[in-house]
Design a protein around this ligand. Structure first.
Ligand code: 5GP
Ligand code: ZN
Length: 136
């Protein structure tokens, strides 16, 4: 994709702090990290979201994410990390080339995902379960 920043990084047209390059996937440091060591794992093939990756591509990407997460947390001395993956603008995706974030986490590091916890009304949970199961 001509106007994709991540495709340009993969093609070597713009610089990035590369961590890992294989025939299927690359990983480099996020330019504006949540915490130092924040890394991105990016399949070489340009697709926008997770839904367009096939099983093999996903396997390669998630295994690379595991490798990178182990190296990053070891290097920065973090006891924890988040593996995040945004799909679509309202989910926070800014770059439309599928990628995974590995974010090393430390106690009291000032970052919060702002997780909320809604409640289902009576019967809603079961109806949701059945509706989704019917689509699988
Ligand atoms: P998204 O919001 O799409 O899940 O995440 C995109 C990420 O890409 C952001 O965390 C942002 O900092 C990072 N990013 C955007 N442009 C560049 C760039 O040119 N180089 C690098 N290394 N990271 C970038
Ligand atoms: Zn791309």
């Amino acid at each position: 994709m001509a106007d994709c920043i991540f495709c340009k990084i993969i093609a070597g047209q713009i610089p990035a702090a590369m961590l890992l390059e294989t025939d299927r996937v690359v990983s480099f440091l996020d330019i504006n990290p949540v915490n130092p060591g924040h890394a991105l794992i990016v399949p070489r093939r340009h697709v926008a979201t997770l839904l367009e990756l096939n099983q093999d591509e996903l396997h390669v990407a998630i295994y690379a994410a595991r490798r990178v997460a182990a190296a990053v947390t070891e290097e920065v001395g973090s006891p924890a990390f988040n593996l995040l993956q945004n799909n679509g603008r309202c989910a926070g995706q800014l770059i439309d080339h599928v990628h995974f974030h590995v974010i090393p986490r430390n106690p009291d590091d000032g970052f919060s995902l702002g997780w909320r916890q809604l409640q289902y009304e009576e019967g809603e949970l079961k109806a949701m379960q059945e509706a989704i199961r019917a689509r699988l």
